[in-house]
Design a protein around this ligand. Structure first.
Ligand SMILES: [Zn+2]
Ligand SMILES: [Zn+2]
Length: 256
């Protein structure tokens, strides 16, 4: 049984997603045989069924939104319907911040009934799904209610710092074997997203076995993320890679 991350898409931010400079379907974390789709942005269902991936949505155990923004949630209803065989089989867990369920909800009321259970993410919250403990240690600094994730599997843990500005508490909250960072901006542009320099600082402080950059905005895509990741590896001494669309990343080397 392989622990892996599968990237349906690696785009982040409005322009990169609107132009589909990269795909925007989020990623699957497969840990100890449990399958979790995080942030199914626009196109997630199409990329699931793509020839390159051929993923089966009915094999999912959970769908998790870090926050309600469209680049993270565009296909959440399509994915819930696919996970539940068109709503005919009540199965799977859906987790999202309260804001995603309330006024102007991104998870439609009739679709959320299809899941076996829905849950609300809160700061300090813990949810168990199959072999994975999903922790949300910290609310992030972003323009919507947003949580970073720690996915703790039987062999390794994956921390994900979703969209946020930098603040020092991130460093203690998102320890783990693998660290995933949403890096929208190459040069610093706003307080709502990490830039590359913030990511380098976080990787150097957290010191995971493997760091992965994803959720690229226009400035990151244009600057060749794989070259920037090499630079971060050299500067920090931590192996850092840039995720690619349709990439399956075997995590077994990060497990021991
Ligand atoms: Zn985003
Ligand atoms: Zn956002």
């Amino acid at each position: 049984m392989t622990d892996e991350l599968i990237f349906l898409g690696t785009a982040g931010g409005r322009m990169s997603v609107a132009k589909q400079l990269r795909a925007s379907g989020g990623f699957w974390a497969v840990l100890g045989g449990t399958r979790i789709h995080v942030d199914p942005g626009p196109g997630a269902l199409v990329h699931c069924h793509s020839r390159a991936l051929r993923l089966d949505p009915t094999s999912l155990d959970a769908i998790v939104l870090t926050h309600k923004h469209l680049d993270h949630s565009g296909d959440v209803n399509a994915m819930i319907e696919a996970m539940t065989e068109g709503g005919t089989k009540r199965r799977g867990l859906v987790l999202a911040p309260r804001e995603a369920y309330e006024d102007d909800p991104v998870i439609l009321r009739y679709v959320r009934e299809y899941a076996a259970a829905t849950g609300v993410l809160t700061e300090g919250g813990v949810h168990q799904v199959g072999a994975v403990r999903i922790e949300t240690p910290l609310r992030l600094k972003h323009s919507a209610e947003t949580y970073g994730l720690r996915l703790v599997g039987p062999r390794l843990s994956v921390s994900m710092i979703a969209c946020t500005g930098y603040f020092p508490e991130l460093e203690a909250a998102f320890t783990g074997d693998v660290l995933l960072l949403n890096v929208v901006f190459y040069p610093r542009r706003s307080e709502a997203h990490l830039c590359l320099e913030d990511c380098e600082r976080l990787i150097a402080a957290i010191r995971p076995r493997l760091a992965i950059l994803t959720h690229f905005g226009m400035t990151m895509v244009r600057a060749k993320p794989w070259e920037l990741a090499d630079r971060v590896s050299q500067a920090t001494g931590i192996r850092t890679v840039a995720a690619r669309d349709h990439q399956r990343l075997d995590l077994s080397a990060a497990a021991c």
